[in-house]
Design a protein around this ligand. Sequence first.
Ligand code: HAM
Length: 439
Amino acid sequence: MTERRQFRAIKGTRDILPPDSALWNRFEQTAREVFESYNFGEIRLPIFEQTELFARSVGTDTDIVSKEMFTFPLSQEFEKSTQLEEGPEQRELVSLRPEATASVCRAYIEHNMQALPGNTKLYYMGPMFRRERPQKGRYRQFYQIGAEVLGQSDAPAIDAEVLEMLLVFFSRAGLTRTTLYINSIGDKNCRPQYVELLRQELQKVKDQLGADSQRRIETNPLRVLDSKVPSEQPIIEKLPRISDHLCDDCRAHFAKLKDELNLRGIQYEENWRLVRGLDYYTRTTFEVIAEGLGSQNAVCGGGRYDGLVELLGGPPTKGIGFAIGTDRSILSIEETGNAPAPDGLSVYVAWMGLASYPTAVWITRKLRDAGLTVELPPEEMKFKKSLGLADKLGARYALILGEDEVASRTFTLKRLADAEQKKLTEAELLEYLESERRR
Ligand code: HAM
């Protein structure tokens, strides 16, 4: 006898069930509508790519690449010892995507999109994978909605328009209590000097820092600024700030970005410690924080990544974009009480007596064609039980269909909230329910 075994979703993954999934769909649909109004088109990307693509883009020393990717050899041949003996460089490793900016850049190059007129404006949505320690708002399979602009221009107006689009989307999606933080982390002309200065200053206070920050002094000193360790905060506050070390071009770019945001009436706060956890950023970086989420409160992160396309073997290209964390956004919408009520079930068809069944099937079809959500019980039920179920399912109306109704070619429509009943012909019924639906 086979052993009885219950399966559960793997830690860090989860099922999105109705009615939550309706909220997810609406959230994603709103993104499509808003992004398309800014002339973005959707790109659908593979779920896995060469590991090397992410290593090069996101950076080998980042947490994401060094410890969080789900990586496996592409084909079984690679497992065979003969192949392994040829050395690790012979094994083609692929990873489940931990983010999608690298894939968008890969696709931009592969499809020669620089030949297209104007800037290339793309959006995407779907699951991403990171082997993080699961907690509220942090999963191993999570979902992002992202947008990227690639092209020849790095005009700050592009950054500002991307941020405007993001905030218009959040407000339309019901995520209203948010704060936008911005920063500039310089470019290849000014950042290396700043990073060196930071490293020197950090060396002086090394003994007062925790193990993670101590390690980062060597691997990536900028990431020390991201530390949330309470005892490190007063030390970090005294470190040199990048804003005092930007080159003239980066300083002018950041000043113009702020003018552009003001022009659009976009509120923001500057945060000199916003360095982000991925290596590809230059100049503009930003994050949006939302309420109701505890420590995992970043609902969006993004920034400029001029030079990434080149790093991946493409032509010199400027880029900027963001990714919204859908899981956290939905959590915040729910916890701040802004979730719109789901449309739910409009009509429950309470039919009784086999003679009424054909009419029940056919009127159900008609109502569904008219765009209503309708439930038709598949088996005959006692009248009381049927209405009880209609109530439990949250139906707004019960359409009562018994022998009387069939004989008189009418329908009895009962509004379940106040038990008001009407006898209607088919035409009257359709007209009444359609006008209700539009309200
Ligand atoms: P990121 O900051 O790594 O940026 O991720 C963006 C957002 O994804 C985060 O703000 C968060 O809401 C969500 N997120 C990240 N990890 C998790 C997780 N384990 N569980 C739940 N939500 C998570 C990027 O991914 C960049 N590709 C953004 C970008 C696009 N930059 C330029 N273009």
